[in-house]
Design a protein around this ligand. Structure first.
Ligand code: GLA
Length: 390
């Protein structure tokens, strides 16, 4: 049985099969390059994935929600009013959805009523492929569609980010929600996070595949270290602003950064800011390379990105380093780097199609030898953003 059929069956058993039952999907994302730039006014280059969260939902005529997740059956049916919600850091899957309902109301888009819903993911949770943003965008499109709410998909992305920042206490940038809401089949999104101007760039790789490798590790410091990195960048920016008029680190070219970096007092913050500035420029160059079909240069930029995330930004971990560094040695690998927030999760690699099998075999073997763990592979399939599918 496919996931949609499973959901419909479960929904009927739990909540009854009558009325206008609708089906929704919101994708996860993989970022090709431009990491930890989205809260520094820089560029990112993610694509939405064909993996994500699915839901079956039906409007209710009161202000209650009844939700059940087939991914977390141990939580049972969750029931709540959509009024009087208070931010919390419980981190349960449904807190991300309530957060969006709360955020919509806070921003002048009060959700008129509740709904019953059953959901299920085909995206591995905690793997750095934005399961949480996908859950947020799922909630946003369900409210939008069930209640004909007048809200754009870009605003759905912003509401997801707002709720994650203010309701769930995670200070993320806009990349993940934007990718989940705005994805386009066979395209990646080149997004300027300072202006939210974006461009869809075709991913017409002729003989190559985008391979995601899941390290299967999630280090617990991810959330707090993320907020620390943000603070380091803000401190660096403040110091730079004492000598130069800039709004964000993304405003600076490499040369401009080198000319002002001595104003940054803390040497750790110098490295953090160097990453943010150079990574933003790498993202801009990489998109240009892709348009010119210069995959070799794109791959080299991916490698530089990983090295900078490892050494200057310090958000990699031994497992992600093994996966990337071993990938660089394999014939037919054009580029490889950690992707997403870091401290575990996945790498993304561009691999020649006829080398994919060898890539998987070699990486699995070395990873097992060095860590004792099994990694997992997914071929990335760039998909459309969140919406109703039936
Ligand atoms: C997480 C955040 C994003 C972004 C990435 C790093 O995925 O949610 O906003 O900052 O890390 O690029």
């Amino acid at each position: 049985m496919g996931i949609v059929e499973e959901l419909k069956k479960e929904f009927t058993e739990r909540f009854g099969g009558e009325g206008d039952i609708r089906v929704y999907f919101a994708p996860g994302r993989v970022n090709l390059i431009g990491e930890h730039t989205d809260y520094n006014g820089g560029h990112v280059f993610p694509c939405a994935l064909s993996m994500g969260n699915y839901a079956v939902a039906r409007k209710r005529d009161d202000e209650t929600v009844r939700w059940y997740s087939m991914t977390y059956p141990e939580n049972g049916v969750f029931e709540s009013s959509i009024r009087g919600l208070e931010p919390n850091d419980n981190g349960l899957c449904f807190d991300y959805q309530l957060g969006v309902i709360w955020a919509l109301e806070k921003n002048g888009h009060k959700v008129p009523g509740g709904f019953d819903m059953v959901m299920k993911a085909d995206l591995p949770a905690g793997s750095g492929l934005s399961a949480s943003a996908s859950i947020e965008e799922l909630a946003a499109v369900i409210c939008r569609d069930l209640y004909d709410m007048d809200i754009s998909m870009v605003d759905c992305a912003l509401m997801g980010q707002y709720s994650e920042n203010e309701y769930n206490g995670m200070n993320c940038g806009i990349m993940d929600q934007f990718a989940s809401a705005m994805g386009k089949k066979d395209h990646a999104i080149f997004l300027d996070t300072a202006t939210l101007k974006y461009e869809y760039v075709p991913l017409n790789l002729k003989n190559e595949k985008i391979v995601i490798t899941n390290s299967k590790v999630k280090h617990s410091l991810a959330g707090s270290a993320y907020n620390d990195r943000r603070r380091d960048c803000e401190n660096a920016l403040k110091d730079i602003q004492s000598v130069r008029d800039v709004k964000t680190l993304g405003d600076l070219s490499e040369e401009e950064f080198e000319a002002v970096k001595d104003a940054i007092k803390d040497p750790v913050c110098v490295r953090r800011a160097r990453h943010a500035v150079y990574e933003n420029q790498r993202a801009i160059k990489a998109v240009d390379d892709l348009k010119k079909d210069d995959l070799k240069s794109f791959g080299e930029l991916m490698k530089q990105s990983h090295i900078s995330l490892r050494d200057d930004y310090e958000v990699s971990c031994p497992e992600l380093d093994i996966l990337s560094e071993e990938a660089w040695k394999i014939d037919g690998v054009i580029g490889s780097r950690m992707t997403g927030g870091g401290f575990g999760g996945c790498t993304v690699s561009i691999v020649k199609e006829d080398s994919v099998e060898n890539f998987k075999e070699t990486i699995s073997k070395v990873y097992k030898e060095k860590t004792g763990m099994d990694c997992e592979f997914y071929i990335a399939d760039a998909a459309d953003g969140a919406g109703r599918i039936e």
